[in-house]
Design a protein around this ligand. Structure first.
Ligand code: ADP
Length: 666
């Protein structure tokens, strides 16, 4: 049999048309069958039809039947008595149920009654031929092949069930439905009556049921099996599957009556955490090794699901703990993503920075937070640091926070603050005290210096006395320098200098360089200043700005071995004047860098090799803060240091007059 490409079109199938009016046979052959590709044989009556059916072996017979030409039924009767190897379709001119029943009883393979379309006839023909051949093929296919086919179908079903369960396990975190489905699948695939999944209680070592079907599902859920004395317990102890059938079972003490049972261990990382079992109570059918394999795969799925759920619970618990810590901590915490949209802000951050907790999540930082210092800290700049610190004065004016902004890979940035109001108050009290004491010490010290100088005039001193006097002078000068620095700092921090004027920084720098010419020349430093022709003025207090440049230059000269290079450069960046002071000196070790702007802080090498009070940079920082500027430093030990100061130009300073002070440092 061969089938054409286009629908019902066939090639060379032979159709025998028997009976019917001559014009019916003719039109069937000419208009329908031959155009569709069939070879047509025609017989006017039953006798001729039987001969052709036997001799010419048609593929299908159309037995035409009408009240006038009843050959159709007669042919069926004849074929019933002497069958041929071809299917017969009764084509009736007038359809009736009784006729159809009769035809089918006589062995007709199909029945078609007028009126019908040519397509109906062709469909019926094709269908009949297909069925007939399938039946014949099936009749001739060996039993083993059918068995193999059945087995294949069974394997496909098993595979499908396993795939479905696998999908459920990866898509569901809700454990119970998955475990129940695993037990159902175990029962289904093992063709058993009931199934159960038991887990080992790690605390007591007993087995308890987490999912069961059939009669086992009715068993009290609180029931626990001892591992030491149960069939399932045996599987836990040995980590090996167990199959017991029929007779063997009766010899074993169990809590329930079974005919057959099969148990497989549920193992995770070499530890048995439970047992999956199926059993028969009514019928008896031994469980084979293939069933055990299937059960083992299901047990693995269950173990993965349990582990997934455990991990999920653990993660959820950790997240809860973390959330609680973040929520209840006294530090304000704000986390933004890589596009600066808020990911998280804890209640204290919401309260401190005026964030609306209801709407903040996912919104851009700039729309959520209005506090300028916080925005300043988040504002990206060219320096690309991973971490920045700043002090933030809260709007209520009483509190000061120390804030640190840190980049977190693949997340964004996190701002963590600490309330340092009490430290600030202590610092203030300490400064006031030190200022008061310094002030009181200055007069006696000046007196000591005066009298020491008079000693020479009172009479000649011997060599030893002269040396002691020099030491006294040196010590008193050092203490006086320290006291002067302290008093200066006190004044700067108190914000006494308020009469700002436009200051040309290139003049300030030039005066500082000239004023210290003796110092840098005596150390043979190569000092160069670069400045653009036109530099916008900054609004400030000229003496303080000069003091700032002096201190930076003094450090560069001091901490650079003889013959070094010192560069002072002025420039502008948007609305700021930028001053850099670089040297090729000893540099500052990374661990000291965060503290050099603190009062009295000195790096170890500086303490060992150079005189100093540790107040110079604190004064510089104080002056920069006072001018609403920023200062930072880059340093490589052994290679040199660059301090950069950024001061707002006059217009900016005025425009931002209401802006709270920014105290960023590195
Ligand atoms: P000091 O009186 O010690 O110079 P400063 O406050 O001016 O005090 O500086 C603090 C510390 O910072 C110094 O002791 C030194 O360790 C370090 N430092 C400052 N400037 C430089 C520099 N240009 N090169 C190397 N170290 C420096």
């Amino acid at each position: 049999m061969s089938q054409g490409a286009e629908g019902n079109r066939v090639t060379g199938e032979r159709v025998l048309v028997v009976g019917g009016a001559p014009q019916t046979r003719h039109s069937l052959a000419e208009s329908i069958l031959q155009p569709a590709g069939y070879d047509v044989l025609a017989a006017a009556d039953v006798a001729e039809g039987m001969i052709l059916a036997r001799e010419l072996l048609p593929d299908v017979i159309l037995a035409c039947h009408s009240a006038d030409h009843p050959a159709g039924i007669e042919l069926l009767e004849a074929l019933h008595a002497a069958p041929v190897d071809a299917p017969v379709i009764l084509v009736a001119a007038e359809g009736s149920e009784a006729l159809a029943v009769r035809a089918l009883r006589l062995g007709a393979h199909d029945y078609l009654a007028a009126p019908y379309e040519s397509g109906d006839l062709l469909d019926t023909l094709a269908r009949t031929l297909r069925r007939y051949w399938m039946k014949r093929i099936r009749a001739n296919v060996p039993a083993q092949l059918l068995h193999a086919n059945h087995q294949l179908e069974q394997r496909l079903r098993e595979l499908n069930t396993l795939v479905q369960i696998g999908k459920r396990i990866t898509s569901r975190l809700d454990l119970q439905p998955v475990l129940t489905r695993v037990v159902e699948a175990a029962v289904e695939l093992a063709q058993a009556e009931e199934g159960t999944l038991m887990l080992v209680d790690q605390a007591t070592g007993e087995l308890y049921s987490v999912a069961a079907t059939g009669a086992l599902g009715q068993v009290d859920a609180s029931l626990r099996l001892p591992v030491a004395d149960s069939l399932a317990g045996q599987v836990v102890k040995t980590s090996q599957p167990l199959v017991i059938t029929g007779e063997d079972l009766r010899k074993i003490k169990t809590h329930y009556y079974f005919r057959d049972v099969a148990y497989v261990p549920l193992a995770f990382q070499e530890t048995v955490i439970g047992v999956l079992g199926v059993s028969n109570r009514e019928k008896s059918a031994a469980f084979n090794p293939h069933t055990l394999q299937l059960l083992s795969v299901l047990a693995d799925f269950a173990a993965i699901a349990i582990e997934n759920a455990r991990l999920y619970d653990a993660t959820a618990q950790e997240r809860n703990t973390l959330n609680t810590i973040l929520r209840d901590t006294e530090a304000a915490i704000v986390v933004v993503d890589t596009h600066d949209a808020i990911l998280f802000a804890n209640p204290i951050a919401c309260q401190s920075f005026g964030i609306d907790p209801q709407t903040a999540q996912g919104r851009p930082l700039t729309e959520t937070i209005t506090h300028l210092q916080v925005l300043d800290l988040f504002a990206k700049d060219a320096r690309g640091e991973r971490s920045r610190s700043s002090e933030i004065a809260l709007d209520d004016g009483d509190r000061v926070l120390s804030a640190r902004l840190t980049a977190i890979d693949d997340v964004g940035r996190v701002l963590i603050t600490q309330d340092i109001t009490h430290l600030k108050q202590l610092d203030r009290a300490k400064t006031d005290f030190v200022t008061a004491v310094s002030h009181d010490l200055r007069s006696p010290l000046t007196a000591i210096l005066g009298y020491v100088e008079l000693l020479n005039r009172a009479g000649p001193l011997n060599e030893g006395q002269q040396k002691f006097v020099e030491r006294i002078v040196f010590s008193v000068q050092s203490i006086t320098a320290l006291i002067n620095d302290l008093l200066e700092l006190g004044r700067i921090e108190a914000g006494f200098d308020r009469d700002y004027e436009p200051v040309a920084m290139n003049l300030v720098v030039r005066y500082a360089v000239e004023g210290m010419r003796h110092q840098w020349e005596s150390k043979h430093h190569d000092l160069q200043v670069t400045a653009p022709d036109a530099l916008p003025p900054v609004s400030g207090y000229p003496l303080r700005l000069r003091q700032m440049v002096n201190n930076l230059l003094e450090n560069a000269i001091k901490y650079t071995p003889d013959g070094g290079q010192i560069r002072l450069a002025l420039g502008t960046q948007s609305q700021f004047v930028l001053l850099t002071v670089s040297d090729t000196g000893i540099g500052i070790p990374p661990q000291d860098q965060p503290y050099v702007f603190d009062k009295f802080y000195r790096a170890d090498e500086a303490i060992d090799r150079f005189a100093g009070t540790g107040l110079g940079l604190a004064i510089v920082k104080g002056i920069v803060d006072q001018h609403k500027g920023r200062i930072w430093m880059d340093s490589q030990p052994g290679q040199g240091t660059t301090f950069t100061v950024m001061l707002p130009t006059e217009g900016v300073e005025k425009r931002e007059d209401k802006r709270p002070e920014s105290r960023e440092s590195c």
